[in-house]
Design a protein around this ligand. Structure first.
Ligand SMILES: [Zn+2]
Length: 265
């Protein structure tokens, strides 16, 4: 069994074929799909989907997250953050995310992104749930802030989680592992000349979880098309190839990692 730990299947590109998309995921061996929220409205959609898809006999089990994506922070209010806090303890919410920092698109609200990141980290520690982190061109600040929050925390072990769509570089990999975090391996791992397998070669298997980031970052050979959770099998196959493992071994290890990190049964 495989777990897609990061898929935005509540977005518009999945409206027309949602059930077929889940059937294909089942067919590819995907047993659980984790839904990272991006703003307050999407938290409600994630919870509704988790309610509708909680029976493993009827297809992949869907799990919600609560969080505000760093790129959505520009428009976010204290009320939105209050919504995240309200549902954080809910049993259907398996992680706080996605949060993090994105310096690629817009540098005009770095301070607000950092403030929201700290609120997410403190919330995750308070409710003892893992963080799902987005990092684009912001590795230094992200690692620094996580370190500072761990230092200031009464219970630093509670500050844990996954750097989603991880791509190195090696010195960053080291710092992420030192912080005790997992890394999410997705479509970029399969890109020819993408360099991600080399840059993540030192990550031990027990720190890896699989993901798609659907509808984005579609793996080879489907680049250019919409991504979906069934494609996590392509990521697993590439990881098996790179690490000299069987597909079964990769599935067993990454599924056990995801179950332990996110408390799935
Ligand atoms: Zn995402």
């Amino acid at each position: 069994m495989l777990i897609d730990t990061h898929a935005h299947i509540f977005l518009e590109p999945f409206e027309s074929d949602f059930d077929q998309m889940l059937e294909r995921a089942s067919g590819a061996g995907v047993g659980h799909i984790l839904l990272p929220a991006i703003d307050a409205a999407s938290i409600t959609r994630c919870l509704a989907l988790a309610d509708m898809h909680s029976d493993p006999e009827r297809g992949p089990v869907l799990h919600a997250m609560a969080g505000i994506h760093p790129s959505a922070v520009v428009e976010a209010t204290e009320d939105d953050m209050q919504r995240v806090r309200e549902v954080a303890e809910d049993d259907r919410v398996v992680a706080i995310g996605e949060t993090g920092l994105d310096y690629y698109w817009d540098r005009s609200f770095d301070a607000k992104q950092q403030a929201f990141l700290r609120m997410h980290i403190q919330l995750a520690a308070a409710c003892n749930k893992p963080l799902v982190l987005h990092d684009r061109d912001a590795s230094d600040d992200l690692v620094r802030i996580l370190g500072e929050e761990k230092e200031a925390s009464d219970d630093p072990e509670r500050i844990r989680g996954v750097f989603h769509c991880f791509g190195g570089p090696p010195d960053h990999t080291e710092r992420v592992l030192e912080l005790g975090f997992h890394v999410g391996i997705g479509g970029t791992y399969t890109f020819k000349n993408g360099g991600v397998p080399d840059r993540t070669a030192t990550v031990p298997m027990d720190r890896i979880v699989l993901e798609t980031d659907a509808p984005y970052l579609t793996p080879t050979p489907y680049r250019g098309q919409r991504n979906e959770p069934s494609h996590v099998a392509l990521v697993a196959a590439k990881l098996a190839d790179e690490r000299g493992l069987t597909l079964d071994e990769v599935a067993r290890i990454t599924t056990a990692n995801a179950k332990a990190l996110f408390g799935l049964s």
